[in-house]
Design a protein around this ligand. Structure first.
Ligand code: ZN
Length: 395
C-alpha cells in the first residue's frame, strides 16, 4: 500500500494558527508554510524550513486561516420572510412571534424541500469559509416535526442542536407548561438520538428562567450539552441560567448586567455574539469590548435564520464586529475560529496547531485584516476540510 499523500502549502504571507502561547490568543506566522498529512496539520513554520512533501501548493503571498466555526445557525426551515424584514427596516419593531410564520411553513414542507434548502445553505457556508457549523431545530415544535428537523440536520453536520424550546406553538398558547412538559418528555426522547446539544430561547415572550432550567436539565439527563439563547431582546435571566446549567455557550448577550458579565468571566460559558441579528433587527450591537476587557471568551457566529439574521457569511459578521463592536481584527478572527470551536467544546478545530483537523481557508488577500477591511467582497479563494479541497481552487 502506498503512503498517503502529504501536501505542503508554501508562500503564505500570513498563517493564522491560533496556536500561540499562552493558548486562547490570536497567533500568526509570516512568510510561513504548512504541511497537511492524513487530513491533519502535520507541520507549520517558516517557509525556509519547510520539509519535502509529495504535493506542493504555492499560496502566492496570500493568507491562510483556520476554517470558520459557526456555532449558531438555524438552517432547517421552509419559506422566507423578506417582507417582514423590509417592513421592520421601514420602522416596525421585531417581535419573537415572527418565528411562527416559519413554523407554519416548515410543518407544511415535504422532507425534500427542507433538505434542499438545508443543503443549499450548507454549501453557501462552505464557499464562504465555514468548515464547521452548528444547526438547530426549532421550526417544527411537534414531536415528529422536531425529530424530522434534527434527522435532516444530522445529514449535514455533527453539531446538531435540539431547540424544541424555541417558542410556545399556538396550539399550546393556553397551556405553556404543557408544552414545556412535552419538550422535556416525549419530544426530547424522539430528538435526543440525533442531537449533541439542547438549546432554549430564554426571553420574555419565549421561556422564563425556571422553564429554561428545566429544559436544559432534561436535555443533560438525556446526554445533551447545554446552550442558551440569552439576553437578546432585553435584560433577563438567560446568562445566569446558562452559567448555572454549565452550558457551553450563552448566545446573543446583547443586554448584560455586571452580574452577567461576572458569570461569563468566572465560568467556562462562552459569550457568543451574533451581530447579524442586531444588523437585521436594527438593535444596538452587544458590547464586545466590555466582555473582552473583563476577560470573557467571545465567539462570533451568524445566527443564520430566515427571520432576524438571514446571512450565512462569517466574513460579514467579522466586519460588523470590527466596525460596530470595536473588536480588533485579531479578536474578531479568533472569535470566529477558535471562539466558535470553544463554544462547541471542540479542540480539533478553530486552530492550525500540529494535530488539528486540516480545515483551512486560503484568503485572496495578504492578511486576515482584509476580512473587515474589504467588507462584502468575496475573498475566500479556496477551502480545505480535513485536508481535502472542498471549495474554490488551489493555485
Ligand atoms: Zn438563534
Amino acid at each position: 500500500m502506498s503512503k498517503p499523500e502529504n501536501t505542503l502549502i508554501r508562500g503564505i504571507s500570513e498563517l493564522v494558527t491560533n496556536a500561540g502561547d499562552p493558548p486562547g490568543r490570536f497567533a500568526a506566522l509570516t512568510d510561513a508554510a504548512l504541511v497537511i498529512a492524513d487530513g491533519r496539520v502535520a507541520w507549520t513554520g517558516p517557509a525556509a524550513r519547510a520539509p519535502a512533501t509529495d504535493v506542493v501548493v504555492d499560496a502566492g503571498g496570500r493568507a491562510v486561516l483556520p476554517g470558520f466555526a459557526d456555532s449558531h445557525a438555524h438552517l432547517v426551515f421552509a419559506g422566507e420572510r423578506s417582507a417582514e424584514f423590509a417592513a421592520r427596516m421601514a420602522g416596525r419593531p421585531y417581535r419573537a412571534g415572527g418565528i411562527l410564520v416559519t413554523v407554519e411553513a416548515t410543518r407544511a414542507a415535504p422532507d425534500g424541500a427542507l433538505r434542499a434548502n438545508l443543503r443549499r445553505l450548507a454549501a453557501e457556508m462552505l464557499r464562504q469559509g465555514t468548515t464547521t457549523f452548528e444547526c438547530k431545530s426549532g421550526y417544527g415544535l411537534t414531536v415528529p416535526d422536531e425529530a424530522r428537523g434534527l434527522a435532516l440536520a444530522a445529514e449535514v453536520t455533527s453539531e446538531v442542536t435540539y431547540l424544541g424550546a424555541h417558542v410556545v406553538p399556538p396550539e399550546f398558547a393556553a397551556d405553556p407548561d404543557g408544552y414545556v412538559d412535552l419538550v422535556c418528555g416525549p419530544m426530547l426522547d424522539a430528538c435526543a438520538p440525533s442531537a449533541r446539544w439542547v438549546d432554549v430561547f430564554c426571553e420574555d415572550g419565549a421561556f422564563g428562567a425556571d422553564e429554561a432550567a428545566a429544559v436544559l436539565a432534561a436535555g443533560r439527563a438525556a446526554g445533551l450539552g447545554a446552550r442558551v439563547h440569552a439576553n437578546q431582546l432585553g435584560p433577563g435571566p438567560g446568562v445566569r441560567v446558562a452559567a448555572e446549567a454549565g452550558a457551553a455557550s450563552a448566545d446573543h448577550c446583547t443586554f448584560l448586567t455586571d452580574a452577567d458579565v461576572d458569570a461569563l468571566t468566572s465560568t467556562p460559558v462562552v459569550a457568543t455574539l451574533l451581530p447579524g441579528a442586531e444588523f437585521g433587527t436594527r438593535q444596538s450591537f452587544p458590547d464586545a469590548r466590555r466582555l473582552l476587557d473583563a476577560g470573557a471568551t467571545v465567539a462570533l457566529a451568524t445566527d443564520c435564520n430566515p427571520g432576524s439574521s438571514f446571512t450565512s457569511s462569517v466574513p460579514f459578521c467579522i466586519a460588523l464586529a470590527v466596525r460596530e463592536m470595536r473588536m480588533t481584527t485579531e479578536e474578531a478572527v479568533w472569535a470566529a475560529t477558535a471562539g466558535g470551536a470553544r463554544a462547541l467544546r471542540r479542540t480539533d478545530i478553530g486552530h492550525l496547531g500540529v494535530g488539528a483537523r486540516a480545515d483551512l481557508i486560503l484568503l485572496d488577500a495578504p492578511s486576515h485584516a482584509y476580512l473587515a477591511y474589504r467588507p462584502g467582497v468575496p475573498q475566500i479563494a479556496a477551502v480545505w476540510q480535513a485536508g481535502r479541497l472542498v471549495a474554490g481552487s488551489a493555485p
